[in-house]
Design a protein around this ligand. Structure first.
Ligand code: ZN
Length: 100
């Protein structure tokens, strides 16, 4: 009998679950650091695919795209990610200034 924990599908599932958790943490940190209203919707069309429910989901989507995959997220520096996000917002919104 195969142990379910050792099947490739289960390993992928766990890796993906951990990846999503890490993305979630980074997104929350960005929201806190930049004092973004997580329940607003103004960043949905900017950061998300357009179907996200709120800024929180939209930023999750942006971070997930930036982080790429489970191995890339390991070497991702939060400060660098934050700078990239601020630059992205400045280029894509009318906002003139964000807390860095
Ligand atoms: Zn990657």
């Amino acid at each position: 009998m195969i142990q379910i924990e050792t099947t490739p599908a289960f390993r992928d599932f766990m890796l993906n679950k951990r990846f999503r958790g890490q993305v979630r943490n980074l997104a929350t940190s960005l929201i806190t650091a930049l004092r973004i209203n997580p329940h607003g919707r103004e960043l949905v069309s900017v950061c998300g695919q357009g179907g996200e429910a709120d800024n929180c989901e939209a930023i999750f989507s942006w971070v997930k795209h930036e982080a790429c995959c489970a191995s890339c997220i390991k070497v991702l520096d939060f400060k660098a990610l934050q700078r990239r996000f601020v630059r992205f917002l400045l280029e894509n919104t009318n906002q003139k200034e964000y807390h860095e």
